[in-house]
Write a protein that binds this ligand. Sequence first.
Ligand code: ADP
Ligand code: ASP
Ligand code: MG
Length: 408
Amino acid sequence: MTLLVKKFGGTSVGTTERIKAVADKLRQGHAAGHQQVVVVSAMSGETNRLLAMADEMMPGGTDPRELDVLLSTGEQVTMALLCLALMDAGLSARSYTGGQVQILTDSSHNKARILDIDVSAIEADLKENRIVVVAGFQGVDAERNITTLGRGGSDTSAVALAAVLKADECQIYTDVDGVYTTDPRVEPRARRLDRITFEEMLEMASLGSKVLQIRAVEFAGKYNVPLRVLSSFEEGEGTLITYDDEEKNMEQAMVSGIAFSKDEAQVTVTAVADRPGTAYAILGPISELNIEVDMIVQNAASEGAADFTFTVHRNDFNRVMEFLRTNMEQLGATEVSGDDKIVKVSIVGVGMRSHAGIASRMFKALAEAGINMRLITTSEIKISVVIDEKYMELGVRALHEEFGLEAI
Ligand code: ADP
Ligand code: ASP
Ligand code: MG
């Protein structure tokens, strides 16, 4: 018997009508003889609504534990509504919160990691021919505190459940019919990929493509979970995330996709001393503030001084600027400047390993579009550049065209 874990995102359960449509889809799966474990998100907009209310109660900062108590309610509403719709369709169904299943996580509120899942209740229900509905995005720590897994975390709940249940496939139903060469909302000519490797999907997700939460891809790769992204609204095969297979490599395009992230900000410390320990003096305290640094560039020194530039998440920009301005003299710097109107655009593809000259094609395409690159980083299967925010769409489209990614 086929066991499927199916996750439905916010838009797919955005109204009671849509929840009924999901129930109907599950009814068909049931009729086809599949065992189904369903992971649901909060109805679209709900998590944001809850976050805004929390902010109203405690402006500028919320209590992480109470925020998780609040945010977890969104998914709880959906799971119960879906069960009611399933029952109304004559099916046997039962819902569980993360705590009820026992999705055990660590205690990092708002970004918890799953440690273990107790599947005994779910397996007992499946034996009884029930459809099991589990709230996504949430778990419980060893002290029984409610935790949440970070934005987009229902993807990770689904993959983790599929891994422990040894499901035949984890299906992520969403508002697009698969993974595209880039976000189809930015480039309407983007093309759906039939397959993408875990490695590429991991890069795409970590470089800003929010179609799958990065931890979900990590998990699927690590535990070998067959993962598919497909539409809640249309029939189709969607996109299968696969291991890199030789056959595919032979016909591998150089560039498989383009990712972008608007969550970036750039900071430059001018004329810091060119001697051992300077980078550490700047970045050490920043890491102690629990701020993640992404790209780091130091230019060639002249007269014993160099400029040190790095990027951080846009939400951390003000804190970083404040820290550096306060400590500028100690660092021996003459100026601290920054810009939070920047974006990172990246090209991704395992084919880059075997093709030369991709970087120069990327730079040429951006130059021809009149876009200045501020920072560049490369790794084996990706090249990222930081550009002005106002050129983001132009840049994505120019690169999409340069690498021939559009639908034929
Ligand atoms: P859900 O609520 O179902 O989890 P998300 O909004 O998290 O849905 O993810 C789906 C969205 O991801 C799409 O609507 C699309 O705009 C965006 N997206 C970004 N990059 C891509 C990509 N490469 N392929 C497909 N969708 C993408
Ligand atoms: N509801 C949560 C969010 O909006 C989790 C999810 O949908 O995956 O981020
Ligand atoms: Mg999502």
